[in-house]
Design a protein around this ligand. Structure first.
Ligand SMILES: *[C@@H]1O[C@H](CO)[C@@H](O)[C@H](O)[C@H]1NC(C)=O
Ligand SMILES: *[C@@H]1O[C@H](CO)[C@@H](O)[C@H](O)[C@H]1NC(C)=O
Length: 397
């Protein structure tokens, strides 16, 4: 071969190597779970196929690499996706991921952990098949009860988005966000029956910079609950109900709970919920502070107990009721809260005698008893604060 020709071939070879390199580096590769043996027949266990698709996607350097759950019903006993990954990850659900019946010996069903730059998207459904397990939940009677699996867990995840997906009939919580930073949950749909036990919609713990936006939550327990250690949480444009409302707490149950602060709940509707805007703390010696909390523009549609601070929280017995709570609640604003209360007790602030609530502010509270003209009442215990604007019920501050 002439040297020119050799040189040319070498250049072509070099070019191909480069193209391949760019592909695997910048690649937005799709990993369809069917390529890894998943079958959308609703019966074969696709757990391993999902985990294999994930580990392949996770190993691609750069780009946004997609794990695709196509249409069909894919039975999954349990799937854990552990990062860190070499590129960004998109987990796209078009079909249904369905849990197996009964309980598994685990507190999680589908878990995403240690991932930076995750997008969970699609119009598909995580079906927890809770109706096959709810009767095995004895948490109401037993404070040491074993927790059933949470449907979708995000643990140690950063800079990520969850959008569009549906969560149906979780066995326990629908979603739990734990030790995460900078997460947007937008436009999700969460559904379980009103009487399903502990099916909290979204629980957030020990996390910072979390937005929960534009979502519809109808479930058997809190629509959204925020535990200790959270900072800078925005809850906006949420429709909740049925359910137990939007809660901070419970706080003060376990040792080493960190403060919770910077909570904003805005433009929300609570429809036929058991509670509305609730802060609950256990009567215990565990000391922490909940502060800088704003509720603004919240509509109550026959919510039972629309505004509640309960520092004597003790749902499953087993507390020393003589002990006041050691959780300090302060700097709370309730602004423009309106609509109807199912009970006459529309505002009830039961604060701790040891750490009275401080700087609790009401502005434009406009609540009626059911949809009649009857008035509702407000009760205060151990609270300091102020009220202005509309005062229905008449303020107890
Ligand atoms: C509020 O959320 C609903 C339901 O998710 C959505 O249809 C609507 O567009 C949202 N509104 C705004 C102002 O984002
Ligand atoms: C209160 O919380 C808001 C929202 O997270 C935050 O922007 C603000 O800086 C906080 N204020 C104080 C005094 O911490």
């Amino acid at each position: 071969m002439e040297w020119r020709q050799t040189c040319m071939l070498f250049l072509i070879f070099l070019f191909q190597v480069l193209v391949n390199e760019v592909r695997s580096q910048g690649g937005n590769t799709v990993f369809d779970i069917r390529q890894f043996g998943a079958t959308g027949d609703g019966q074969s266990d696709s757990s391993k196929a999902l985990e294999d698709a994930f580990s392949n996607a996770c190993n691609v350097v750069g780009g946004r690499n997609q794990i695709l759950v196509p249409e069909g019903t894919f039975m999954v006993t349990s799937a854990v996706f552990d990062g860190p990954c070499k590129g960004l990850i998109e987990f796209r659900v078009d079909g249904v991921i369905k849990a197996s019946a009964g309980i598994i010996d685990d507190d999680k069903w589908v878990a995403f952990r240690y991932i930076d730059g995750l997008v969970i998207t699609g119009e598909g459904t995580f079906d927890g098949f809770g109706e096959s397990a709810w009767n095995l939940n004895d948490c109401k009677m037993n404070s040491q009860c074993k927790h059933l699996p949470t449907s979708i867990r995000l643990d140690f995840v950063k800079n990520s988005v969850v959008s569009g997906i549906h969560s149906l009939n979780s066995k326990f919580f629908h979603m739990k966000i734990y030790k995460c930073n900078n997460i947007n949950v937008d436009g999700v749909h969460i559904i379980a029956p009103e009487d399903s036990p502990n099916t909290d919609g979204i629980h957030i713990g020990d996390s910072a910079n979390i937005n929960i936006l534009n979502s519809v939550i109808a479930t058997g327990d809190d629509c959204i609950s925020m535990g200790p250690g959270n900072k800078n949480i925005l809850i906006q444009n949420i429709t909740c109900g049925p359910g137990h409302g939007i809660s901070i707490g419970s706080l003060g149950k376990y040792n080493n709970e960190a403060d919770i602060s910077g909570i904003t709940v805005q433009h929300c509707t609570l429809s036929q919920t058991m509670y509305g805007l609730r802060i609950k703390t256990w009567a215990s010696d565990i000391q922490l502070t909940a502060y800088n909390i704003t509720y603004d523009d919240v509509v109550m549609d026959n919510a039972n107990h629309p505004i509640l601070i309960d520092q004597e929280y003790c749902p499953s017995m087993g507390c020393d009721e003589s002990k006041p709570s050691s959780v300090q609640i302060k700097d709370v604003w309730y602004k423009n809260i309106r609509g109807s209360s199912k009970s006459q007790s529309a505002v009830n602030l039961k604060c701790s005698s040891k750490y009275p609530c401080d700087n609790i502010n009401f502005f434009n509270i406009d609540l009626l008893y059911q949809n009649s003209d009857n008035s509702v009442n407000a009760n205060c215990k151990n609270v300091r604060g102020s009220a202005s604007g509309i005062e229905k019920p008449p303020s107890c501050l």
